[in-house]
Design a protein around this ligand. Structure first.
Ligand code: MN
Length: 248
């Protein structure tokens, strides 16, 4: 098997640094990069342009550079991308990143590339294909006694269960249930057409989706922080890298 190239869509630092070139530097999470390598992929980091008018052309060319694409965790998505007014609870956003990643997700899927989303990445995929979000679970997902989705435990520890749908790809790895970590205040509301919910927490919060064409899968938790100790979380990356290798 040729080792597939796995692009990690870059986040952007947003804290001031005395080191000029660290200001708004683009990055990928270290443990995610290591997970891709452990799973047999070759990671590359794909930065977004600050000028949104450059997004489409760059994304078009970038799609040819990789076999698989990961959208990691990160800031909240600007609610204008799912046609909502921003509520007080939505946190830091980055419109340049949203613009590029939405176009990149659409072009990558159209090109038949494997896509994996983590946390914000799952929300991004959902919005890119026409779904929407709860801007804040605590204040908007009323009528449910919510579990703790912003865990106080360190992220390598699980904090709530998720239940998997029997027909899903996830079920083949995890079986009926898994214990996962949780550090999100937003969540999926209406799921994009062409996608199905394949895991939920006990309070109904959507924790994983898959596309019906087999190209995209995403989770609300952070497997990149758990794979060192939980081999099933590593298997998620292995399965993704394997699919990307066969697609290329
Ligand atoms: Mn959760």
């Amino acid at each position: 098997m040729t080792q597939p190239i796995i692009a990690i869509s870059a986040g952007s630092l947003n804290k001031f640094s005395k080191i000029t070139n660290h200001n708004f530097a683009q990055f990928a999470p270290k443990e995610l990069k290591e997970a891709v390598i452990a799973a047999g992929g070759i990671p590359i980091i794909l930065p977004f342009p600050e000028k949104s008018e450059q997004a489409s052309e760059l994304a078009k060319r970038a799609v040819g550079l990789f076999d698989g694409l990961i959208f990691p965790g990160g800031p909240d998505i600007d609610p204008t991308f799912y046609h909502e007014v921003t509520t007080a609870e939505t946190g830091h956003t980055n419109v340049a990143q949203d613009t590029y990643e939405i176009i990149l997700a659409q072009k990558a899927k159209k090109a038949g590339k494997q896509i994996f989303g983590i946390c914000r990445g799952m929300q991004l995929i959902n919005v890119a294909f026409g779904g929407n979000l709860y801007q804040d679970l605590e204040t908007q997902k009323v009528g449910e006694k919510l579990l703790q989705h912003q865990q106080s435990l360190p992220v390598e520890f699980p904090s709530h269960d998720v239940d998997f749908v029997k027909t899903s790809e996830f079920y083949k790895i995890f079986g009926e249930k898994a214990q996962v970590n949780s550090r999100h205040h937003q969540g999926l509301k209406d799921v994009a057409s062409g996608f199905t919910v394949v895991a939920q927490a006990g309070d109904g919060v959507i924790e994983a989706i898959e596309s019906t064409d087999g190209l995209a899968a995403a989770v609300q938790w952070h497997p990149e922080n758990m794979w060192h100790t939980d081999k099933k979380q590593l298997a998620l990356f292995e399965k993704f890298v394997e699919k990307a290798a066969h697609q290329s």
